[in-house]
Write a protein that binds this ligand. Structure first.
Ligand SMILES: *Cc1c(COP(=O)(O)O)cnc(C)c1O
Length: 334
């Protein structure tokens, strides 16, 4: 059977590296959205909490319910605010204030230049007024960077904008508000961290997406995908494999099918530049919904143990390879 192996030591290694940057594990909020980047929200939530992480970030309230026992605070990025002791809800827009339940804990997202979510800086006074009128508890103010993983001055420009936001919030008299803006790329490149929290996703799962020009923080991939053997056969030269018969055996070959395919979230790719597995076996012919073919008789093969390397071959990014993994694949912690 196909399995996702979760390497606990690697996960803890990454969290330690991030803690060296933040100065304290209390400042780490682990981002568990989208099934913990495909790793499994419950498994990663539990492991993070055993490590001592106190804060988490999820996409919706349903994910929050799964990990509630593990964390002191949970920030929900994309659901309407309701009364809840441990959850706070992101206000992405002025309309979110109107839709929030009175008394709910909220964190205001401010658009400092990414222009995706968050209230405009000019709308900050109106937002604060309406939050108050609605009786919401403002517990955080946040922003998101658009170019934290690129050289150039964009990040510094957005950081300056956010400093202005902080000043405005403080003048309004708020003292118990946590400020946060850093994602993985921002915290990995930072030399001095002074905010209250980092929202760290991809780095915790083992990937540093910064270009080589930055100091490298060594991170270790947490996920490994293995597939199990279904059937083995010997092909004569000239026989062809799979849909369309795109691969033709150049010689007598022993090939097996393994139980992973695009139905499990594995990328279908392009048969003209076949994907090489972690063990350097090219996928032969087309990827099926549930199967791939390889020249191997091994009971189990490793499809990838480094999503960044897999992503390079497949023309995408580590995030997409990881989050695509089906929830139905068994997760095993080692
Ligand atoms: C996904 C997300 C993050 C984490 O980003 P990484 O690059 O994976 O660290 C942080 N903040 C917000 C608002 C996000 O949506």
């Amino acid at each position: 059977m196909a399995k996702i192996i979760i390497n606990k030591n690697n996960f803890y290694h990454n969290l330690n590296q991030i803690a060296l940057k933040t100065g304290s594990i209390d400042k780490i909020a682990i981002v568990l959205k989208d099934n913990a980047y495909g790793h499994g929200v419950e498994i990663i939530g539990r492991l993070a909490s055993e490590f001592g992480i106190k804060h988490a970030v999820v996409r919706d309230y349903k994910e929050a319910a799964i990990i509630k026992p593990f964390f002191q605070t949970i920030l929900v990025l994309g659901d309407q605010a309701v009364l809840d002791d441990s959850c706070s809800f992101t206000l992405n827009d002025l309309a979110d204030i109107e839709n929030a339940q009175s008394g709910a804990k909220v964190e205001l997202k401010v658009d400092t230049g990414m222009h995706r979510n968050g209230v405009a800086m000019d709308d900050l006074p109106i937002a604060l007024e309406r939050i108050k009128a609605k009786g919401l508890k403002l517990v955080g103010v946040m922003t998101h960077f658009r170019s934290a993983d690129e050289m150039g001055s964009e990040l510094f420009w957005q950081q300056k904008q956010f400093e202005a936001v902080k000043a405005q919030i403080r003048v309004t008299g708020y003292t118990n508000v946590r400020f946060h803006s850093h994602n993985s790329a921002a915290i990995l490149r930072t030399k001095t961290f002074s905010e209250d929290l980092v929202r760290v996703g991809i780095a915790a799962y083992g990937y540093n997406e910064l270009p080589e020009t930055f100091d490298k923080v060594l991170l270790k991939p947490v996920m490994k995908l293995v597939a199990g053997k279904v059937a083995t056969r010997t092909l004569k030269a000239g026989e062809r494999i799979g849909y369309g018969g795109d691969f033709t055996a150049p010689k007598t070959m022993t090939v097996s099918t393994y139980d992973i395919g695009y139905g499990d979230g594995w990328c279908r790719g392009n048969m003209f530049s076949p994907y090489m597995t972690a063990e350097e076996l090219p996928i032969l012919g087309r990827v099926s919904m549930d199967f791939i073919s390889l020249e191997s008789v091994k009971e189990e093969v490793c499809v990838f143990d480094d999503a960044q390397k897999a992503a390079e071959q497949l023309g995408t990014i580590s995030y997409e390879i990881l989050t695509a993994m089906s929830k139905d694949i068994e997760r095993v912690v080692i």
